[in-house]
Each structure stands twice: as structure tokens, then as C-alpha cells.
Design a protein around this ligand. Structure first.
Ligand SMILES: Cc1ncc(COP(=O)(O)O)c(C=O)c1O
Length: 370
């Protein structure tokens, strides 16, 4: 099967700009890829978002709003928070970096789960912190150990749901983490990039913003499907938010007017968000069912990606999918999970094709390299 041709065909379809569900872009040296390696959204931009973006084209000579309006206010209303508790950022990655710049100096300790979202480590290293890692793996974060390591850390990052496992923290854990952080004076930044996917049982750290040490980071890159515009936000209160705003003065216009406009259109579109989340859950169930049906171990993700155990042939399989078929999945070896791959879930038609390739190459691979 050659996805390159199929992708080219589709890219000529007239309505493709709005209905192209996801990354069919030249990537990493291949022609066109079905990109299931970056946990992007499978849904394209809505009509409202397209219109909002188009409207900004005539204003490109003007800086964006300094306070991030109207988006800042819309996010505040959405969560029932004062505007002062919201800071819109250039992707959630900027929120993580600003948080660290505000809280950490050279040589301070930053606590992370091991084998977590790589951005946490890059941020900690960028601010010349000393990184400490709490145990975390396929079974999730060892919360007790993490709590025990908090005293002495200036800052702690956790992702809930977690990347790359897709696991949600167990009930009660987030409360304990936030309370302990406040007690020991460790600033806890909870990265909730995948919160919208995580279902009604998900416990957000939002309820703990007032304890003075908790901040929440969210993004428009995942469930809202706007990874290309680069827009996220930090939710925090008091001195912590003040400190972040001070750092932000160095990059006052980091969120473009296109990002502000597109995200403002997206946040009001609850129908589309609900639909995207429901579709993702249905696609994920199919992906998990198919993989497990082949005897492949899959972690219980609540997100738009799954971590699957493809075994010793993972690297060869990943490379073959990429170079021979233009399909990218993420070999999770570099994320600390050798033998595992992180795969973004996708709609049935594409998944059927990708799954077929995984099946063919999985069995061949296991025989050849297992
Ligand atoms: C846990 C986590 N945090 C943050 C990000 C960065 O997202 P953004 O596009 O908002 O910078 C990602 C992206 O994959 C992620 O998985």
C-alpha cells in the first residue's frame, strides 16, 4: 500500500482544506505521511476557525492584543476564573518554560516523573536546574514516591493524563499532590494537555489553584485540533502568576493574532469539541481492540494516542512504516519505553490500512528480529 498516492489524491479534493482530518504533510523526508507520531488531532479546523483566521489577514501589520484578548477573557469565563488567573501562551510548551523561568534558578531542583513528556526535561535543562525523577512507567506514576521527593524541589511537573502512557492519575492523587506541594513550598505545574479527552472521572488540578503553589497548563493543540496555530494557556493565581507575567514581559507578543482569533473561535464551539472527544474515544476503542486482538499489549489510555508493545522489532517496524509507506508512529524507545510505540488514534478507514501494515510487519518483524 502506498499512502503517498492516496494522500496526494485527497489533497486535490476541493473541500480538503477544511475536512483534511490531519497531518498529511511532507514529513521527515518522505513524500506524504499519515502522521500518527505527534498525538495531533484527527479533526481539521471548523468553518468558524477558518473565518476567524481569514479575518486577521487584513491586520497582519498590527501586533496582537497585548493582554491576549479576547481569548484571555473567554478562557476565564469558561472556567469561572478571574481574567488575572489566565495567561495565554505560544502553545503549552511556552507556559511550561515561563513557569520554570519564573520559579527556578540555576542549580535548583526540578522534580519530574521519569519517562514522561520530554518537554519537561528540556525546560528544566534550559533553566539550568538539577533534574530529579520520581518513578513512573507503564503502571503510571508512583505517587507516594513522588510526594516523598517533593520537599527540596523548587518546581515539579506532572502530566495528567500522562504522555506517553495516556494514563490518568487515580482518584485522589491530584489532591494529595497539590496539597503536599503547598505544604512543602514546591510549585506544582500540572500539564493537562489531554484533559478534554479524559472523561468525566478526570480530576483536574483546577480545584487547587488557590493553594498558592498549583498551576494548570492546557492547550488548543489536542482536542481543539489547533496544533498549527500554537496556542496554550497557564492557569494560576497570586504570586506565582505575577512571577510568570514578569517573565512574559520579555516576549510580550508571543501569541499571534491568528492564534488568538482561532482559539477564540474554537473555545466557544462546545458542540465540535464534544464531537471530537466522542470520535476520538470511539477510534481509540477500535485501535485498542484491534491491537489487543493481535496479542499486542496496549496501555489503558484516556487520550488520543495509545502506547502499544510491538516488541523488539519496534524500531525496524517504525522505520519500515515510515520509509516504505509514509506512515509515522513514534518509537517510544527515546521516551524510555524500548519495545513500545506511541500511536495517535485515527478514523476507521485510515486505521484499517495502518493496522494491516502493523499486522504484516509485526508478525514478520517478530519472526525476523524477535
Ligand atoms: C503532555 C504534553 N504537554 C505539552 C505538549 C505541548 O503542546 P503544545 O502544542 O500546546 O505546545 C504536549 C505535546 O505533545 C504534550 O504531550
Amino acid at each position: 500500500m502506498n499512502f503517498g498516492d492516496e494522500a496526494r489524491d485527497r489533497s486535490t479534493a476541493k473541500d480538503d482544506l477544511s475536512s483534511a482530518w490531519y497531518a498529511r504533510e511532507p514529513a521527515f523526508g518522505s513524500n506524504f505521511a499519515i502522521r500518527l507520531s505527534l498525538s495531533e488531532s484527527v479533526a481539521g479546523a471548523s468553518q468558524d476557525v477558518e473565518e476567524a483566521l481569514t479575518e486577521q489577514i487584513g491586520r497582519v501589520n498590527l501586533y496582537p492584543d497585548l493582554a491576549g484578548e479576547p481569548l484571555n477573557g473567554l478562557i476565564a469565563d469558561h472556567f469561572g476564573l478571574p481574567g488575572s488567573a489566565v495567561l495565554v501562551t505560544n502553545g503549552s510548551d511556552e507556559a511550561l518554560l515561563l513557569s520554570a523561568l519564573a520559579a527556578v534558578g540555576t542549580g535548583d531542583r526540578v522534580l519530574l516523573p521519569e519517562r514522561t513528556y520530554t518537554g519537561f526535561r528540556y525546560v528544566a535543562e534550559a533553566v539550568r536546574a538539577v533534574v530529579a525523577e520520581g518513578p513512573c512507567g507503564i503502571d503510571g506514576l508512583d505517587v507516594e514516591q513522588f510526594l516523598a521527593m517533593m520537599p527540596g524541589a523548587k518546581l515539579a511537573f506532572i502530566a495528567n493524563p500522562h504522555n506517553p502512557t495516556g494514563l490518568r492519575l487515580p482518584n485522589g492523587a491530584i489532591q494529595e499532590l497539590c496539597r503536599t506541594a503547598a505544604r512543602v513550598g514546591c510549585h506544582l505545574v500540572v500539564d493537562e494537555a489531554y484533559a478534554e479527552f479524559a472523561g468525566p472521572e478526570f480530576e483536574s488540578a483546577l480545584a487547587h489553584l488557590d493553594n498558592g503553589e498549583t498551576a494548570v497548563v492546557r492547550t488548543f493543540s489536542k482536542a481543539h485540533g489547533l496544533a498549527g496555530i500554537r496556542c496554550g494557556y497557564l492557569l494560576a493565581t497570586g504570586a506565582r502568576m505575577e512571577a510568570v507575567r514578569n517573565v512574559r514581559r520579555a516576549v510580550p507578543f508571543s501569541v499571534s493574532r491568528f492564534a488568538l482569533a482561532a482559539a477564540s473561535a474554537a473555545i466557544g464551539d462546545s458542540v465540535r469539541l464534544t464531537e471530537a472527544v466522542a470520535d476520538t474515544a470511539a477510534h481509540r476503542e477500535q485501535v485498542v481492540r484491534d491491537l489487543r486482538g493481535e496479542g499486542i499489549e496496549v496501555v489503558d489510555s484516556v487520550t488520543n494516542f495509545v502506547l502499544a508493545h510491538l516488541g523488539p522489532a519496534t524500531q525496524a517496524l517504525t522505520e519500515r512504516l515510515h520509509f516504505d509507506h509514509g506512515v509515522t508512529i513514534r518509537d517510544a524507545r527515546a521516551l524510555g519505553y524500548p519495545g513500545w510505540a506511541r500511536i495517535t488514534v485515527c478514523p476507521p478507514a485510515d486505521w484499517a490500512a495502518v493496522f494491516e501494515l502493523i499486522r504484516e510487519n509485526f508478525s514478520t518483524g517478530t519472526r525476523m528480529w524477535g
